[in-house]
Design a protein. Sequence first.
Length: 383
Amino acid sequence: MPEASEGERLRRWRLVLGGESADGTGCSLAGADAAMDGALTALYGTAPNGGRSKDRGAGLGSSSPSVARWLGDIRTYFPSSVVQVMQRDAIERLDLATLLLEPEMLEAVEADVHLVGTLISLNKAMPETTKETARAVVRKVVDDLEKRLATRTRSTLTGALDRSARTSRPRHQDIDWDRTIRSNLKNYLPEFSTVVPERLIGYGRASQSMKKEVVLCIDQSGSMAASIVYASVFGAVLASMRAIATRLVVFDTAVVDLTDQLDDPVDVLFGTQLGGGTDINRALAYCQSQISRPADTVVVLISDLYEGGIRDEMLKRVAAMKASGVQFVALLALSDEGTPAYDRGHAAALAELGVPAFACTPDLFPDVMAAAIEKRPLPIPDR
């Protein structure tokens, strides 16, 4: 890539620094550069408390038309990934969340997981005139996620289910020839150049009674918005697999079972309510009451572990489920955002019970679930 000229370097610094009196570039902007600078100034030239900065004071105000124009401008001048960051910053810095209750605003934004989280948090305040548009925005994000994640999830878990159902009396078409030959090499007959397979190893076919049960137990606290979006998509994918019986439970201080809505992740998302307290113990008590075959069950708790309920009871419940044969997985987040703030004391207590708590990306989640189904160590990412 050729080195930028002195003029180009000054232009870039001018856009970064914003043209304040002390920026020192002495560079002026025109045309598209001036418009781009205006879009940046409208957002980042406004103080986080809603006031105006001394030198950069364009702002977005509370005018819907001006915000709509600004949303259009940033989509014109910046790539999609940058637009999503700027939208997120605008919602946080300038309190634009309420404007998302207007259909015109929703039609102008770049839809992503974070926007869906914001819409979920506004769900109860959303007027009827906006709900149809909001559902369309959420539907687009969910459909895109499902296209990206579904194929690999199904293939990864299908292999895990097959391996977990290995049998020593397989039908001919279900024989695992590689493992069968390796386990019978001691029976090799050199005079016939063959192996006598005294023991066949094969993949069983999961019957209704052999179904794996997966319980997704999701914290609804405000910090878990992205995790809820991804969990609803994965829940729908898992529910579509005949060999897995999937249950989805969300909680704050109350517990809501959304299993009946798993065929549509959008219904799941609009059935949640972000914010409020947290009672992990109560949620786990409900999940425990729904388990009929512990040895064939995986419970996935997705929470930052800030427990508002009874801590000791929560830990006893986790220990009891593990002792009964349940595979228990604790995820601090299910998102691309990295490890969130979390209760380190509770995470350490779970680790002592043999349940490491870690943040999981959507791309890693199928491998985590496959390991849990096969009852092997989880692929915990480097910290």
